[in-house]
Design a protein around this ligand. Structure first.
Ligand SMILES: *[C@@H]1O[C@H](CO)[C@@H](O)[C@H](O)[C@H]1NC(C)=O
Ligand SMILES: *[C@@H]1O[C@H](CO)[C@@H](O)[C@H](O)[C@H]1NC(C)=O
Ligand SMILES: *[C@@H]1O[C@H](CO)[C@@H](O)[C@H](O)[C@H]1NC(C)=O
Ligand SMILES: *[C@@H]1O[C@H](CO)[C@@H](O)[C@H](O)[C@H]1NC(C)=O
Ligand SMILES: *[C@@H]1O[C@H](CO)[C@@H](O)[C@H](O)[C@H]1NC(C)=O
Ligand SMILES: *[C@@H]1O[C@H](CO)[C@@H](O)[C@H](O)[C@H]1NC(C)=O
Ligand SMILES: *[C@@H]1O[C@H](CO)[C@@H](O)[C@H](O)[C@H]1NC(C)=O
Ligand SMILES: *[C@@H]1O[C@H](CO)[C@@H](O)[C@H](O)[C@H]1NC(C)=O
Ligand SMILES: *[C@@H]1O[C@H](CO)[C@@H](O)[C@H](O)[C@H]1NC(C)=O
Ligand SMILES: *[C@@H]1O[C@H](CO)[C@@H](O)[C@H](O)[C@H]1NC(C)=O
Ligand SMILES: *[C@@H]1O[C@H](CO)[C@@H](O)[C@H](O)[C@H]1NC(C)=O
Ligand SMILES: *[C@@H]1O[C@H](CO)[C@@H](O)[C@H](O)[C@H]1NC(C)=O
Ligand SMILES: [Cu+2]
Length: 595
């Protein structure tokens, strides 16, 4: 077959051959410059799954948990037609993908769209730009992220390579939570009663809890490896409310990517990955052929001690002939409360900052924000809620508890409809107090104000946000803050109250890592910078779902620039209408009226 090609070509006249070669060149150029276009169908349905000896019906994409992984190259475009056959409205977010000029397909419910109603479909246009590595997709409505999620693999553009030796193979390692009960019912109950939320029953790796749970051993995820080969593992954490440590017994890990950007290779025995983050790591199968546990153990730094204290596992299994013993268990896995191990890991991530992967850290800042992060409370009628003193548990950024509007902010902004949001999100906390004091229980600190407030930015502004973790309600813990529409540089991090004179002197402007989700240290601060060069409406929130639902959210509106290329794209012909059967929308509206 191959030999016949030149023969066929030789009978063509020279000019036609030239034209053909020209056309092929053009196609090649087009595909390397503009990227390929992919089409996918996602079908959201309810179906039965059994874990821990419990069978329940839950919503997934294409009956799979986790859902399908899709693979693209840097700069490609994907169209995903989502058919919602679930019994309630759902939206999908393309986590970490900047979506230049295209907030219409970003996905957070009531921020950029209303839910796709049951029985209808909506097509997302996903525009890949500078992202390279591993990102993911997940539902961004109610708590459906728990079962509606999957990985996105973004390979280097055609003609380019990884900044490390080509791995022999690659695999996705996806962390999620498993609840024996229906997560929508758990959410309904938590919001109705205003108290704490139910903990998960298990964590999973690639949909399986693993060997340390009942009724799970037969289905533990096994990764088969060959001695001497190097594997690229693409980790994603979609756990609902818990950070995870990841370890492989007897194997060293080399972290090379974080949130769809490369980092300087960092060699370690364990990793910390928070909900919302994705990380790429190389591991070489260079140990005695045997079986080794890969474990996901929770990391918790709060005071309430209310987290799922179980361990998920999978098996790193060498191929070949050997007498299998019990898998080796990691000895270097940090303890559940090992705050120093967590800090040490984060501190060691640095951007690659090479000629092929340069960075561009904003230096002249035009907008500075200082933003407190707090667990808080709101009053309930007759003090009838389950939080302290009959109050409703809430959370806030700069004392504002975000409320979902009934019409999404993007639509209201684009069509100039007033009444759904205000533009007065504060640049700093309304009161300065000792944010990290040991006891912060007085009403003037614990009670937050509910509202739908955004911060408006001019196109191309350079933004710096100092996040200040607080101990309000004596509930200090780390919060994985996630920004849509951008990737930011993490230029600084520290413990205690931010000092605006001495702390900036510690900033790393040379090789700060780029990310979309960063854990703000417990009773500490972190500084991020980004350039507001993506017009649209972009959500920012804690990636612990219970905190997000309680109101630890805000949004940016980035105005259009002066040209068409610096302005939002026009909306697609169809956006889901804002009158749906979503549980959260009406429920929250009801709560607001009740107060
Ligand atoms: C999902 O399922 C639909 C219908 O069975 C199928 O056409 C589609 O290709 C599947 N999508 C993916 C991403 O696997
Ligand atoms: C799902 O599980 C429920 C309860 O175990 C059962 O009643 C139902 O028939 C199952 N549905 C399907 C499609 O298997
Ligand atoms: C719904 O799906 C059909 C194909 O099944 C497609 O023609 C139509 O464009 C989709 N509608 C939206 C809004 O995506
Ligand atoms: C397994 O089941 C036993 C007996 O029902 C129970 O005591 C134990 O807590 C369960 N273990 C886990 C990890 O769920
Ligand atoms: C794994 O490491 C432990 C601790 O260093 C060692 O005792 C054990 O023999 C190793 N296991 C294998 C299978 O090499
Ligand atoms: C920052 O502003 C100063 C003074 O306006 C200017 O000299 C400098 O070039 C700017 N730096 C960058 C990186 O834009
Ligand atoms: C609050 O309590 C009063 C007196 O018991 C009762 O009349 C009223 O209906 C209650 N309000 C709500 C919203 O439950
Ligand atoms: C704030 O509270 C912390 C924790 O109690 C304490 O160590 C620190 O000294 C306090 N700072 C100030 C300025 O009072
Ligand atoms: C709250 O009230 C307490 C006690 O009256 C007071 O010491 C504290 O300064 C107040 N804090 C704020 C932020 O107003
Ligand atoms: C937050 O706002 C509420 C309601 O306006 C107010 O009572 C409280 O003092 C504020 N808290 C802080 C810490 O500013
Ligand atoms: C945005 O700012 C950068 C740096 O100052 C500048 O190079 C660029 O031209 C600006 N872009 C637009 C569209 O104004
Ligand atoms: C620095 O912090 C102090 C007190 O915390 C405050 O008064 C001052 O306005 C801040 N300066 C800037 C430039 O934000
Ligand atoms: Cu949080």
């Amino acid at each position: 077959m191959v030999g016949s090609i030149p023969t066929n070509f030789s009978i063509l006249p020279w000019s036609i051959l030239q034209a053909l070669v020209g056309m092929m060149m053009m196609i090649l150029l087009r595909s390397s410059v503009q990227g390929a276009v992919h089409y996918y169908d996602f079908v959201l349905t309810n179906s039965n799954f059994t874990r821990l000896c419990t069978t329940k019906s839950m919503v997934t994409v294409n009956n799979s948990f986790p859902g399908p992984t899709f693979r693209v190259r840097k700069g490609d475009t994907a169209y995903v037609n989502v058919y919602n056959e679930a019994p309630y409205g759902v939206t999908i977010h393309w986590h970490g993908i900047k979506q230049p000029r295209n907030p219409w397909s970003d996905g957070p419910e009531y921020v950029t769209q209303c839910p796709i109603a049951s029985g209808t479909n909506f097509t997302y246009e996903i525009i890949f730009s500078s992202e390279e590595g591993t990102l993911w997709w997940h539902a961004h409505s109610d708590w459906t992220r728990s079962t509606v999620h999957g990985a996105i693999v973004i390979l280097p553009a055609e003609g380019t390579t990884y900044p490390f030796p080509e791995p022999d193979a690659e695999h996705v390692i996806f962390f999620a939570s498993w609840y024996n009960e229906d997560v929508m019912e758990l959410m309904d109950e938590a919001l109705r009663e205003g108290g704490l939320t139910t903990l998960s029953d298990a964590y999973c790796i690639n949909g399986q809890p693993g060997d340390f749970y009942n009724c799970s051993r037969d289905d533990t995820y096994r990764l088969s490896v060959d001695y001497g080969k190097t594997y690229l593992l693409r980790l994603v954490n979609s756990v609902q409310n818990t950070d995870m440590f990841f370890t492989i017994a007897n194997h060293t890990l080399t972290v090379v990517g974080w949130d769809g950007a490369y980092v300087k290779p960092y060699i370690t025995d364990y990793m910390l990955i928070t909900p919302g983050q994705s990380m790429d790591v190389l591991v070489t199968a260079n140990q005695t052929p045997s079986q080794y546990y890969m474990t996901g153990t929770p990391f918790f730094d709060g005071q309430a001690d209310d987290f799922d204290k179980t361990i998920t596992s999978a098996i790193f299994q060498y191929s070949g002939n050997y007498t299998p013993s019990l898998p080796a268990y990691p000895t270097g896995s940090p303890g559940f409360y090992d705050i120093d191990a967590a800090k040490f890991f984060i501190k060691n991530l640095r951007s690659l900052n090479s000629p092929e992967h340069p960075i561009d850290v904003p230096e002249n800042i035009t907008t500075r924000m200082y933003m407190t992060i707090a667990i808080s409370m709101m009053k309930c009628p007759n003090d009838s809620c389950e939080g302290p003193d009959g109050n409703r548990i809430a959370s806030a950024l700069n004392n504002i508890t975000f409320a979902n509007p009934s019409v999404d902010i993007l639509q209201a902004y684009y069509n100039n409809i007033s009444g759904y949001y205000k533009t007065d999100f504060p640049d700093k906390p309304p009161h300065v107090y000792n944010f990290t004091a040991a006891s912060l229980m007085t009403d003037n600190v614990t009670m937050s104000e509910q509202g739908t407030k955004v911060k408006v930015l001019e196109y191309n502004e350079t933004v710096e946000i100092v996040f200040q973790g607080t101990n309000v309600m004596n509930s200090g813990e780390n919060h994985p803050m996630h920004l849509h529409g951008f990737r930011f540089y993490v230029v600084g991090m520290g413990i205690g109250n931010f000092d605006n004179v001495t702390d900036p002197l510690t900033y790393n402007l040379n090789d700060p890592p780029e990310a979309n989700t960063i854990p703000i240290p417990k009773d500490g601060w972190a500084t991020i910078r980004f350039r507001a060069n993506n017009p649209g409406v972009w959500f920012m929130h804690c990636h612990f779902d219970r905190h997000m639902t309680w109101g630890m959210d805000m949004a940016f509106i980035v105005k259009n620039g002066k040209t068409a290329e610096t302005s939002m794209k026009h909306p697609p012909a169809y956006m889901p209408p804002c009158s749906t059967d979503s549980l959260y929308g009406p429920l929250q509206a009801y709560l607001q009226h009740e107060d």
